[in-house]
Design a protein around this ligand. Structure first.
Ligand code: 5GP
Length: 197
């Protein structure tokens, strides 16, 4: 059995990554989403072990030291990281595993796991991005400005990714991601040692 794909999705906060990922997983059951560990507090409706594993800073730092993380980063003053073991387990089972990472995490995966597929989701415009962040209603205005500022920094990284999708319509974006995933499975480097004898 061939191993599953490691897929990274990045893009500024508010671009629609969450909806894209949940729609994608509903339509593509072979995809598993990696549950990250974070030191930020849960938002209303966020469940332990579903949205994130919520831990204290000392507990996170302990995991950094023990090599628990495939990648980790400090985003907006909080730590976020991906379990190395969970990713390994999923891909070995033949599952495609999807990581939603900030650009620092994306760059670590690119450096350490060159077989990963890196997809960047961008907003149609900054005005639209601000509208989406504000509409979500989870952020106070100071945080909105901070997220807009970080968004501009993040957008600069898109050229480091393998694919860039402008998220105009969720449905269209999900279809493009599905097409990318299908095509990636046919890359020759993922299909070595074939034999016809
Ligand atoms: P939020 O706090 O809105 O859930 O996520 C904030 C940012 O952290 C998003 O850009 C998200 O992609 C990123 N993020 C979530 N989990 C991880 C992770 O495990 N590693 C890294 N590097 N970034 C993450």
């Amino acid at each position: 059995m061939s191993s599953g794909l490691l897929i990274v999705i990045s893009g500024p906060s508010g671009v629609g990554k969450g909806t894209i990922i949940s729609d994608l997983c509903r339509e593509s059951p072979q995809i598993e989403v990696s549950v990250s560990t974070t030191t930020r507090s849960p938002r209303p409706q966020e469940e332990e072990g579903e949205s994130y594993f919520f831990v204290s800073e000392p507990a996170f730092e302990e995991k950094i030291s023990s090599g628990f993380f495939l990648e980790w980063a400090n985003v907006y003053g909080h730590y976020y990281g991906t379990s190395r073991e969970a990713v390994k387990e999923a891909t070995e089972k033949g599952k495609d595993i999807l990581l939603e990472l900030d650009v620092q995490g994306g760059m670590q995966v690119k450096a350490n796991m060159p077989e990963a597929v890196l997809i960047f989701i961008a907003p149609p415009s900054l005005t639209e991005l601000r509208r989406r962040i504000t509409a979500r209603g989870t952020e106070i205005s100071e945080h909105i400005e901070k997220r807009m500022h970080i968004a501009l920094q993040e957008l600069k990284y898109y050229e480091e990714y393998d694919y860039i999708i402008i998220n105009n319509r969720i449905e269209e974006t999900v279809n493009i991601v599905k097409t990318i995933i299908s095509a990636e499975k046919y890359r020759v480097f993922r299909n070595k040692d074939l034999s016809w004898e």
